[in-house]
Design a binder for this molecule. Structure first.
Ligand SMILES: C[S@@+](CC[C@H](N)C(=O)[O-])C[C@H]1O[C@@H](n2cnc3c(N)ncnc32)[C@H](O)[C@@H]1O
Length: 351
């Protein structure tokens, strides 16, 4: 087969960029850990010596890190002064933890995918799965830090109002379960917005429950937000709203979970299901977002699902029709797409 030189050059160029990004994962983790981005964003421009001194780290390493990050375009270098700095756009993505688009959390998730590859490789060969709890802890922290900004932007202002009559119930005072709640970011946002309601976070992963309790205390909402270890098929109580954020596809038995949600809803209750956005057909997901989601799905979500009972392995890119089939099999007859963002599908399901 003849090699097309132009196609080869184009693909090599892309792969070089990808290898640079993959190698750079460690650099982003370091920049985040030692506060290099935050220091440059708030106090830059500065030399590597000044950055090292402000952060109490070793100059020779900081100099190499800064050169690599300037080559990536994540920070800027001024050859005249020998100083490094960050533009407002770079700062927004790398230094603003509470902003709308903070990326270091996603790099922590990428780091978990690389660190845990041997466990996943074993499952590829011998079957079985890798439970959420078996991953490097940077996955749990990265998930909270990456997902929280999107929830802060959309959950209270767009997603809840898109559900039929739910905002009014929460304003009056309702009972809400957040299942697969992780570190509780979504629970805390809702508890702050709706002080008359009671929120119950459930997750099968005890360290996440411990962290969620801590975060709720820090946020001053412990009086109305409590957290308990439970699975999606055995959490207790009856609720006006049950919410699942980015976790149904991680479960081995999403149909069983759906059936349990149905039995836990109060009369006229609602299930809000938030899942990663996906088009219906594989060929329509071959884009940068699909690339990230399929990679996470291969290394984290499918192994997680295959580690649990049933092991359905929905994957992050199941698509709306497949999700509707799961909800229907669990006993939900009225399902509608409430809203969507480029990253999330929000479904409203009622029995
Ligand atoms: C991708 S994380 C999402 C966490 C959180 N909802 C968020 O959006 O930040 C998936 C979560 O589902 C939880 N999980 C997986 N299987 C579960 C099950 N069968 N029952 C309850 N929680 C489960 C994991 O422990 C993990 O915290």
């Amino acid at each position: 087969m003849a090699i097309d030189e132009n196609k080869l050059q184009e693909l090599m160029g892309r792969m070089l960029g990808d290898v640079g990004a993959a190698m750079g994962t460690a650099l982003v983790l370091l920049g985040d850990k030692f506060g290099y981005y935050k220091t440059l964003a708030t106090e830059g421009p500065m030399t590597s010596a000044e950055l090292a001194s402000k952060t109490g780290t070793v100059e020779r390493y900081v100099r190499e890190w800064a050169a690599g990050q300037a080559a990536a375009g994540y920070i800027n270098y001024d050859a005249g002064s020998g100083r490094f700095s960050m533009s407002p756009e770079q700062a927004l993505l790398l230094a603003d933890e509470n902003g709308p688009a903070f990326f270091p959390g996603m790099f922590e998730i990428a780091a978990a995918a690389i660190r845990d590859e041997p466990k996943v490789a074993n499952a590829f060969q011998h079957g079985g799965g890798v439970g959420w709890h078996e991953h490097d802890a940077c996955l749990f922290r990265g998930t909270e830090r990456f997902f929280r900004p999107g929830y802060a932007m959309h959950l209270v202002s767009e997603w809840i109002p898109a559900l039929d009559g739910v905002r009014e119930k929460l304003e009056r005072g309702a009972r809400v379960a957040d299942v697969g709640c992780g570190h509780g970011a979504s629970v805390i946002l809702m508890a702050k917005a709706f002080p008359k309601s009671k929120f119950f976070g459930f997750d099968y992963h005890q360290p996440s429950i411990d962290r969620a309790r801590e975060r709720a205390r820090e946020a001053g909402v412990s009086d109305r937000a409590t957290f308990e270890r439970a699975t999606a098929k055995d959490y207790p109580g009856t609720y006006d709203l049950v919410a699942f954020f980015d976790c149904l596809h991680d479960m081995g038995d999403p149909v069983g979970a759906a059936a349990h949600v149905k039995s836990s809803l109060a009369r006229d209750g609602t299930w809000m299901l938030v899942e990663p956005f996906a088009n219906e057909r594989l060929e329509d997901n071959l884009n940068p977002i699909g690339r990230v989601f399929y990679a996470a799905s291969t290394t984290i979500c499918v192994p997680g699902s295959l580690s649990q009972e049933v092991g359905l392995g929905l994957g992050t890119q199941a698509g709306e029709s497949r999700l509707r089939e799961v909800l229907k099999a669990g006993g939900f007859t009225r399902v509608r797409r409430a809203t969507a963002t480029p990253f999330n599908l929000v479904l409203e399901a009622r029995p």
